[in-house]
Design a protein around this ligand. Structure first.
Ligand code: DQA
Length: 151
């Protein structure tokens, strides 16, 4: 079965308890279940990841590159967390592997602190979903699927 990866960066393991007024009360386990259900409707399998470590995320993109090239994976729904704003290592991994990425943020980063307004990932993203809460993951899965059909 064709898969998509859902990759979550630092602090997203604390979803549900971290700043619930910004990120809501849904846990990452709930998000994983939502993603599996939505992807299942589209006939897709999900590889669901979270790490607080930049190098681990670079490694996941390196593993994903050949899977996308072979058609086994459509790409990644990716919430980079704070890596969004400064990780050139992850930016370069995405560029180097040509993995299609839907950059996804739970909050509207543009309505928040200035440092959140800039993303080093966005220029490489196939699409961006911002500010829909955890429902954004569903939109991103649908978007990634739609883009792959259009390609
Ligand atoms: C976030 C926004 C980032 O600025 C922040 O560092 C996060 C979560 C979001 O989903 O809204 O950790 O990516």
């Amino acid at each position: 079965m064709t898969s998509i990866s859902v990759i979550n960066g630092p602090n997203l393991n604390a979803l549900g308890t971290r700043k619930p007024e910004v990120y809501g009360r849904t846990t990452l386990a709930d998000v994983e279940a939502m993603c599996r259900e939505e992807a299942g409707k589209l006939g897709l399998d999900v590889e669901f990841h979270q790490s607080n470590h930049e190098g681990q995320i670079v490694d996941w993109f390196h593993e994903l590159g050949p899977q996308v090239a072979s058609g086994a994976s459509l790409g990644a729904v990716y919430n980079p967390g704070a890596h969004t704003h400064y990780s050139y290592a992850i930016r370069d991994a995405i560029e180097g592997t040509s993995v299609p990425v839907i950059e996804t943020h739970i909050s509207n980063v543009h309505a928040r602190e200035e440092f959140r307004h800039h993303s080093v990932i966005s220029p490489l993203a196939s699409g961006i979903v911002v500010g829909f809460g955890v429902y954004g993951y569903i939109l991103a899965i649908r978007g990634l699927h739609q883009l792959s059909r259009a390609a």
